[in-house]
Design a binder for this molecule. Structure first.
Ligand code: 4NP
Length: 162
């Protein structure tokens, strides 16, 4: 069993949390932490269950050298309640996760961008903006935010001795 299991949660599990899943797993492998930490993703909604990533997300990831081909969308539910860290992409996902997760596990839930090195520490933790209804720039922005946040998250896990 890995020491630490991380769940990454967005709404549809076809754009933001799959991006974080692919990037975080790459960073964990690069750091030699993949034996100790696992990361996987799901969504609070079930509209896209079983589907691959949104092609706009897959295009951005593939262009940056990641493998976007293996993802299939899954839904947050009891099978995810035992994860050690549950990282939500936005405030709405956060509220939805807390609404179904047993209260004694609420301290496992954090907003993903808590680790964003470019966030303003005097402001509330920002969302990873939902790119679904926007243009291509939104998908590129998600990857930029996710990459720097995953770098900082993995550094934190390394510092914690994972
Ligand atoms: P995600 O983006 O939560 O980042 O995967 C979305 C995907 C699908 C929908 C909304 C957001 N949707 O409404 O179907």
């Amino acid at each position: 069993m890995p020491a630490l299991r991380i769940a990454l949660v967005c709404l549809g599990n076809i754009c933001r949390s799959p991006t974080a899943d692919v990037v975080l797993n790459q960073r964990l492998r690069d750091a030699g932490l993949d034996h100790a930490v696992t990361a996987e993703s799901c969504g609070t909604g079930d509209w896209h269950v079983g589907e691959p990533m949104d092609p706009r997300t897959a295009r951005v990831l593939t262009a940056a050298g990641y493998d976007a081909s293996r993802h299939r969308a899954r839904t947050f539910g009891p099978a995810w309640f035992d994860h050690d860290l549950i990282l939500t992409m936005d405030a709405s996902n956060h509220t939805d996760v807390l609404a179904s997760l047993p209260v004694d596990r609420h301290d496992r839930v954090r907003l993903f961008r808590s680790w964003d090195p470019e966030r303003d520490p005097d402001q509330p933790v920002p969302d990873v903006p939902d790119p679904w209804y926007g243009g291509p720039a939104g998908f590129a922005d998600v990857l930029t935010i996710v990459e720097r946040t995953c770098t900082a998250l993995v550094a934190d896990l390394e510092g914690a001795g994972q």
